[in-house]
Design a binder for this molecule. Structure first.
Ligand SMILES: [Zn+2]
Length: 242
């Protein structure tokens, strides 16, 4: 975290937000959920050390509608600046599978798994779980299986638009995630739909995970979001609105 703060200052960023993973669907080796008190202590240490940087707190709740008790517990630790909701996993054959594992699962009907991913995303948005921002809406496209027809929003249009409508209706913010500078997630077609369906606001995330990726891809993302009809805010940490 300290190296990420240093990197943010190097880049001239006015602020950084650490949206720590709060995952309870543990599907990767060594994966564990957030230690929220330890996390908040670490933020305080960074704030004490980097006085010229605004450091925002946050969590990315993974599948919060599957874990309402754990979600409430994490959120009760104190007010957080950013609360994201995201889907990484679908339920499959009595277990859970992260979309990053779709391509290596033998016999998996990949497009059907992607449809299940979007179905789960809609369920999360409609669940009433208290998250503000819908994170990396089309996450499975990051891990597309080679040899498959390329990902196209149009192939999942109905499901994506249903998610966006539900998110707009419930006052959510849509995140444009740059995947550490490699892929806009979602890209312009979805952001245009978001505006058309009544979406009010956009937030940006680099999903950096590593200090050298902080803010990666923000210039391209900002251009895309602006051309889709959202305007920059005066406060650089504020949401962009229509
Ligand atoms: Zn995520």
């Amino acid at each position: 975290m300290e190296r990420s703060c240093e990197r943010a200052l190097e880049l001239g960023l006015p602020a950084i937000a650490f949206t720590e993973h709060a995952d309870w669907a543990l599907v990767h080796n060594g994966q564990h959920s957030v230690d929220i008190d330890g996390y908040l202590d670490a933020v305080e240490r960074c704030r004490a050390r980097f006085k010229n940087l605004r450091i925002q707190t946050g969590v990315e709740l993974g599948e919060p509608h599957w874990y309402p008790r754990e979600t409430a517990e994490v959120l009760s630790a104190g007010p957080l600046d950013r609360v994201h909701g995201s889907i990484h996993c679908i339920r499959l054959d009595g277990g859970m599978l992260d979309a990053s594992q779709f391509r290596s699962r033998e016999g998996l009907d990949f497009p059907a798994a992607v449809r299940e991913y979007f179905r789960e995303t809609l369920a999360m948005v409609e669940s009433g779980q208290p998250f503000e921002t819908l994170a990396h809406l089309d996450y499975p496209k990051r891990y597309w299986r080679e040899g498959l027809a390329p990902y196209r929003e149009a192939d999942y249009k109905e499901q994506i638009r249903a998610i966006l409508s539900a998110a707009a209706r419930t006052g959510r913010v849509l995140e444009v995630n740059t995947t550490r500078g490699s892929t806009l997630c979602p890209d312009i077609e979805v952001v245009r739909w978001w505006r058309e369906l009544g979406g009010q606001a956009i937030s940006f995330g680099s999903d950096a995970h590593q200090p050298d990726r902080v803010g990666a891809g923000f210039e391209v993302a900002a251009q895309m979001v602006e051309s889709a009809g959202f305007k920059p805010a005066k406060d650089p940490t504020a949401l962009w609105r229509r």
